[in-house]
Design a protein around this ligand. Structure first.
Ligand SMILES: NC(=O)c1ccc[n+]([C@@H]2O[C@H](COP(=O)([O-])OP(=O)(O)OC[C@H]3O[C@@H](n4cnc5c(N)ncnc54)[C@H](OP(=O)(O)O)[C@@H]3O)[C@@H](O)[C@H]2O)c1
Length: 291
């Protein structure tokens, strides 16, 4: 647990879902005054017991914020929350910093950065790590924004993450996030299909996992997902619906560049099937149900 430091900078957190709630909790524990808003108010209310002020609209949360964090599902959700009825953007003080931490892809990040331009400072800061690292304040933060903002925002990131990677151009954080999640997708689908092959060959899938664990071919992440697949334990760490959304964002970004990603295209079709079969909220390991 980090040392509690009192600070006077007020932080608005818009979106208190699986990731936003632990982010708000860690900021409260570190002594920041925190305003929270969530579309379904019930999810934000529990944070009041830790000292968060519950706002009834994004605008109310933003009105006295020094920093505003968006941690919402996708680019459309962020845009609506910032610019819709009682949106946060018009209410933010001009010297505030908008820290966009949702995974929204490259095109939406450009759109959101353009919305902020001339209005407030914008930092693109998606994260790697799921709910448990978020709760422990051990996310990897992939940040990009004006160099002059780094020292201002870093104390916030020190509360939320184990490491901040500052990248050069605004949007580079979202680009790296897409590259990382493409790798995650390929690892998960590769494991799902290889387990299915192992069984078809008449072997115990546990043998594959044990052999990989002792081999340079193994990956700790893929092996952990493989174990979950074998045990059919789909307790969500990283839900399939988010992994699927991210694979779609990867494909959109690649298409804009005229870049072909046949593996991602193929796995996305299979993951869409697993989602249609009812596995949206399950962990990404449920990709195995389509294998
Ligand atoms: N979960 C992970 O392991 C993980 C890891 C790294 C990055 N991420 C990324 O972090 C972001 C948040 O993920 P999460 O796991 O916290 O998701 P979540 O638990 O599903 O929360 C999503 C949040 O977005 C809100 N929302 C959705 N659509 C909205 C709309 N149209 N208008 C306003 N609010 C809307 C939801 O409000 P309601 O409560 O009203 O539905 C909720 O507050 C996503 O971009 C995800 O890809 C997640």
């Amino acid at each position: 647990m980090r040392t509690t430091t009192q600070t006077t900078a007020t932080v608005a957190v818009l979106g208190t879902g699986v990731m936003g709630a632990p982010i708000a909790r860690n900021l409260l524990r570190a002594g920041y005054p925190v305003r929270v808003w969530n579309r379904s108010p019930g999810k934000a209310e529990a944070l009041a017991t830790l000292g968060a002020r519950i706002a009834s609209s994004p605008a109310e949360a933003a009105s006295d914020a020094d920093f505003l964090i968006t941690m919402l599902t996708d680019g459309d959700a962020v845009e609506t929350t910032m610019t819709g009825s009682e949106g946060a953007l018009a209410a933010l003080p001009a010297d505030a910093v908008w820290v966009q931490m949702s995974t929204v892809g490259v095109g939406a990040t450009e759109r959101l950065a353009a919305l902020a331009r001339g209005r407030v400072a914008f930092v693109d800061a998606p994260v790697s790590g799921s709910s448990e690292p978020a709760e422990r304040g051990e996310l990897l933060i992939l940040a990009s924004g004006d160099r002059a903002l780094h020292t201002r925002v870093q104390p916030l990131f020190d509360v939320l993450g184990r490491r901040t990677l500052w990248l050069d151009r605004v949007g580079d954080g979202s680009s790296l996030k897409l590259a990382l999640n493409n790798w995650l997708a390929v690892l998960v689908e590769g494991m799902a299909e290889t387990l299915s092959l192992t069984e078809a060959l008449g072997l115990d899938p546990a043998l594959l996992l044990a052999t990989l664990a002792e081999s340079p071919l193994g990956s700790a992440y893929a092996t952990a997902k493989g174990r979950a697949m074998v045990e059919r334990d789909f307790t969500p760490g990283f839900p399939l619906r988010h992994a699927d959304k991210d694979a779609a964002l990867v494909l959109q970004a690649a298409e804009r560049l005229g870049h072909d990603l046949p593996l991602t295209g193929a796995l996305l079709k299979r993951w869409d099937e697993a989602i249609s079969a009812g596995h949206a909220e399950d962990d990404v390991a449920a990709a195995v149900t389509a294998a």
